[in-house]
Design a protein around this ligand. Structure first.
Ligand SMILES: Nc1nc2c(c(=O)[nH]1)N[C@H]1C(S)=C(S)[C@@H](COP(=O)(O)OP(=O)(O)OC[C@H]3O[C@@H](n4cnc5c(N)ncnc54)[C@H](O)[C@@H]3O)O[C@H]1N2
Ligand code: MOO
Length: 466
């Protein structure tokens, strides 16, 4: 990867969680440090060093070992998990109005010549032979039916885009002609044969391939498809997603009170998921009710269930027990990334996965981009993300063994790390352009660091929330 780098997915495949080998190398102590702890260590001089050899105290309390997948491999595993399902998804026929952001399931071939008839490139006169010309009474406008042929020495008023009358030799622009006292038209500068006539088929012939399959439908593609005669497009369907918000402590309105807090994820995830190419079927607030979660998981028809909260091992953290109860296969159970390390990916059944986002809101963002994004991209048939890196303007502390995702703003050719990047905080990400992928051990000032763009930072609000 370079400053404007390579496409993801060209790397060799990493082992999935559960494979033996590096993908599940056991690690223990440092995973129990959260970001705040690591920063505290760094600040008091005991911090982790770039090579990960810094002093790390023994984990407080429980020294459990945990199987967690390295961050890059978690992303690969999520993309791979979706591949079989992606291959089985039948194309859908979508009106142009609904096709923005989808991926073409078949090449776009022209249904017509473009232009489909010889057409005037300018407002002026269609003329036949050398001037001066006698001007016909009735002009030719864009959209008018076949005009009568011109005789030599004859001219007719013509508008841009109008059909060229048969036997026309050129179009004279209005600013390049004058009429004499007898009403005859003279050119005021030299003109060439065929000037300002767009010949039929200049851009394409009927049947020409305009775009390959797998092209993303942008506004420009909609325009091209419409010009080429399409009313509908064959496209890869949007992956259908259901969001399950867990937690009895969550309020959906008013101010936090009495230990209750506002749900930050219910409002944040649907538009973000849409920006990632998904159709959001429903957002269900389930509280901390294991049976409700079981029911929601077993009755869902979504391609992807995204749950929030309940991924850890507290008394009401129901995600793992329910996955066991429904016989799901855990593909990723924890990722070596901060924040968000309890995130998980499970295969519920053929063609259906669940991504468990941790409840802390920035941890949920981290999991969304680590697991949901590659999975949805693959299901939607979208091209691999173009990876790129920029130098960080100042040093960023790292976790000793895990990747960190840190909100940054882009200033010129530098990424500037933002404060308020704790797992429970959204204040940093709310003003960020991207997340910097800080390798274990941290990044020194000026070190090139991979960036994950936030969809609205590159595409603009309107373009990405459709
Ligand atoms: N003993 C351990 N405890 C915890 C660990 C650990 O390794 N060992 N990991 C911590 C980390 S890291 C995270 S992240 C959380 C993950 O917890 P859960 O996914 O089980 O999430 P909850 O416990 O339900 O919530 C955590 C936190 O986030 C708040 N929350 C939840 N949902 C929302 C929402 N929709 N909007 C706003 N805030 C939300 C919730 O109130 C909690 O404060 O576990 C740690 N514990
Ligand atoms: O600290 Mo937890 O890393 O996911 O928020």
């Amino acid at each position: 990867m370079t400053a404007r780098g390579i496409r993801e997915g060209q790397n060799t495949e990493a082992p999935e969680a559960g494979d033996s080998g590096a993908g599940e190398a056991e690690y223990f102590d440092a995973e129990d440090l959260d970001v705040e702890e690591v920063l505290a260590l760094a600040n008091d001089g005991r911090g982790p060093t770039r090579d990960g050899s810094g002093a790390v105290p023994a984990p407080s309390g429980h020294g459990h070992r945990h199987r967690a997948t390295p961050w890059p491999e978690a992303r690969t595993a999520a993309a791979r998990a979706a591949r079989a399902g992606a291959a089985r998804r039948a194309p859908v026929s979508v009106t142009l109005a609904d096709a923005l952001g989808l991926v073409l399931a078949a090449p776009l071939t022209a249904l017509t010549d473009l232009p489909s008839f010889d057409t005037s490139a300018m407002d002026g006169w269609a003329v036949a032979g050398p001037g001066p010309w006698r001007i016909r009474d009735e002009g030719v406008l864009a959209g008018s039916a076949a005009p009568a042929p011109l005789a030599d020495g004859e001219a007719v008023r013509i508008a841009t885009g109008a059909r060229i009358p048969p036997d026309t030799t050129a179009v004279l622009r209005s600013e390049h002609g004058r009429t004499d006292e007898t009403g005859r038209l003279h050119p005021t500068r030299g003109m060439s044969h065929g000037q300002d006539i767009r010949p039929r088929g200049q851009e394409c012939r009927s049947g020409d391939q305009l775009l390959p399959a797998a092209a993303v439908v942008t506004p420009a593609v909609l325009g091209l498809a419409s010009a080429a005669g399409y009313d509908t497009l064959a496209a890869v369907p949007r992956p259908r997603v259901e969001v399950l918000v867990l937690g009895d402590e969550l309020l959906t309105e008013g101010r936090p009170h009495d230990g209750l807090i506002r749900d930050a994820l219910g409002p944040m995830l649907p538009p973000w998921l849409r920006a990632l190419g998904a159709e959001v079927l429903a957002v269900r607030a389930l509280g901390d009710d294991a049976d409700a979660l079981h029911r929601a998981v077993t009755t869902s028809t979504a391609d992807l269930i995204v749950s929030t909260g309940g991924t850890a091992s507290g008394p009401v953290d129901h995600v793992h027990p329910i996955l066991r109860r429904v016989g799901a296969e855990l593909l990723v159970d924890g990722v070596k990334v901060r924040p968000g390390h309890p995130m998980l990916l499970a295969r519920i059944k053929d063609g259906q996965h669940l991504v468990g986002l941790p409840g802390n809101p920035l941890a949920a963002v981290s999991a969304l981009l680590t697991l949901a994004e590659p999975l949805l991209r693959t299901l939607a048939g979208r091209p691999a993300r173009v990876r790129y890196a920029l130098p960080v303007r100042e040093a960023v502390h790292g976790h000793p063994y895990d990747t960190r995702l840190v909100p940054v703003v882009l200033r010129g050719d530098r990424a500037v790390p933002l404060h308020y990047n704790g797992p429970a905080m959204l204040r940093g990400i709310a003003v960020a352009d991207a997340l910097a992928v800080v390798p274990p051990g941290g990044a020194g000032a000026g070190q090139e660091t991979e960036l994950l763009d936030l969809p609205w930072a590159t595409a603009g609000m309107a373009a990405c929330f459709t």
